[in-house]
Design a protein around this ligand. Structure first.
Ligand code: SAH
Length: 462
């Protein structure tokens, strides 16, 4: 992050505007709206500003700026076309530690104006850190159409009931659940359709019906597939539950980009296994899930890919079921699907493969317990998960059970992410290519004649 977003309370505080043209006017308006005491300093001040000043009793100083003008100001804005003057204002403000904004000269700013979606008291501020204002504005347009105008009233309504709700529902988790219900259920719909009074009555009714609770209610666990890496591949439900969870248990395969989409104030617990070192055992994870849920939390168990494919998701929810903890499972795009798509390798194809197998390439005590003669049968695609260390052995075993050494094979490293690399060869040459390229986990191996389609179908260039 380049800039720290903060919301500035300027009510009744002195804000100095250096400049009296149309650009200044644009910046003065939002200052008036938030109740700032605006002072405008410029040798020439346009009539629109003069009108505004009369209406809102702003101070106008029709003269040149001098450094003393900034003393005691809460915010300074320079909006002149004199670069030298803008620089002087910026330097003086920064010397006095006063936040300063110079219009269109980001290098002179200590604070910038964001694009704003205003549903007061709810406000969304968007900034591109000065890199792409047009992008920020486009985002704003998108959000404008996405967020019903009733959000402002909804927030006001909540503000009105906040204290009452706090007194009646003393348990923090139950209170959170209460508000979430209000904001996503029929009360919010009533607000959005302008039935404000009905909404307010309903909210009061809902609160009256609420049992005063100091005991924890039982939480819930969401076992969610986070997909192979690209956050765009999350499902809507995954995203929704990610935004709802109080605690998130995640492991190594969950990409940083995906993780950044969980609720900001959720507690993050890393339970990944690093190679050769198992800081958190599976039993431990199972126990933690139960424990957190019993405390009344909404617990997100976030896994790479799909939780039911080499994810031990089954074991985790079996333990929850044994302990009577409610849960739901959200499928994710498994590495085989993600990597195959992003490498341009269809897993099945009428001319190449009528079936596909997902195989674990993980060795138990340096040995494979796989039925190799089945794996070398024709017209199928083999997908090995967790096979990087065993790649050489896998290829040798396939050859020794009769698979042609020229059978195409691919290894996809960090599939679907900006760091994706695809190694293409055959089962004879691939191990060497992968060694030469220094591939690192996670990687996925695809074996079969479908791999030959990569040349023609590859599309994802990072
Ligand atoms: N549940 C996961 C798989 C867990 S096993 C899923 O459905 O995808 C872990 C293995 O998944 C890794 O060793 C690797 O083989 C594969 N994998 C996961 N993400 C990957 C990615 N982005 N690129 C390549 N392989 C990946």
């Amino acid at each position: 992050m380049y800039l720290l977003p903060l919301f500035h309370n300027l009510n009744g505080r002195r804000c100095v505007m250096v400049g009296g043209g149309s650009v200044a006017l644009r910046k003065i308006r939002p200052l008036i709206e938030v109740g700032a005491k605006v002072e405008i300093i410029a040798p020439e001040i346009n009539t629109a500003i003069i009108d505004l000043a009369e209406k809102h009793s702003l101070c106008l100083y029709q003269r040149k700026f001098n450094n003393d003008d900034l003393e005691g100001a809460a915010l300074v804005i320079a909006a002149t076309d004199d670069k030298q003057l803008n620089k002087q204002v910026s330097e003086q403000a920064q010397k006095l530690n006063i936040p300063v904004n110079v219009v269109d000269q980001p290098e002179l700013c200590s604070v910038v104006f964001p694009s704003i979606v205003d549903r007061s008291p709810v406000q969304i501020a968007i900034s591109s850190g000065g890199t792409a204002p047009v992008l920020a504005r486009m985002l704003r347009t998108r959000l404008e159409s996405l967020i019903p105008s009733g959000y402002g009233f909804l927030a006001q309504l909540a503000g009105k009931f906040r204290q009452q709700v706090k007194e009646k529902i003393t348990d923090a988790n139950s209170r959170k659940a209460f508000w979430e219900d209000v904001f996503s259920g029929d009360i919010s719909e009533l607000v959005f359709s302008n039935k404000h009074n009905v909404a307010e009555n309903k909210l009061q009714e809902k609160l009256d019906k609420q049992l005063s609770s100091s005991t924890n209610s039982l939480g819930e666990v969401y076992l969610v597939g986070g997909g192979p890496g690209d956050p765009d591949l999350l499902t809507f439900r995954a995203l929704r539950l990610m935004q709802k969870a109080d605690i998130v248990l995640y492991d190594r395969l969950v990409s940083k980009e995906v993780l950044s989409l969980v609720r900001r104030d959720a507690e993050l617990v890393y339970v990944g296994k690093t190679a050769g070192d198992h800081p958190v055992t599976q039993d431990n994870i199972n126990e933690k899930l139960v424990e957190f849920a019993k405390e009344g939390n909404r617990v997100l168990r976030l896994k790479g890919g799909d939780p039911f494919i080499f994810g031990r998701g089954g074991e985790e929810i079996a333990h929850l079921a044994d302990n009577g903890i409610p849960f739901q499972v959200v499928p994710g795009i498994t590495a085989a699907s993600g990597c195959a798509s992003y490498a341009g390798i269809p897993l099945t194809h009428r001319d190449h493969a009528q079936s596909v197998r997902f195989i674990t390439g993980h060795q138990k005590e340096h040995k494979y317990d796989l039925n190799w003669s089945e794996l070398v049968a024709p017209n199928q695609t083999l997908v090995f998960y967790m096979g990087l260390n065993g790649l050489e052995t896998i290829c040798q075993q396939l050859m020794s059970y009769g698979m042609a050494s020229t059978t195409p094979a691919a290894l996809i490293e960090k599939g679907t992410t900006a760091r994706q690399r695809v190694f293409i060869g055959d089962i004879d040459t691939l191990p060497q290519k992968v060694r030469d390229g220094g591939a690192k986990a996670p990687t996925l191996i695809i074996v079969g004649s479908v791999v030959s389609l990569h040349d023609q179908l590859s599309w994802f260039n990072n």
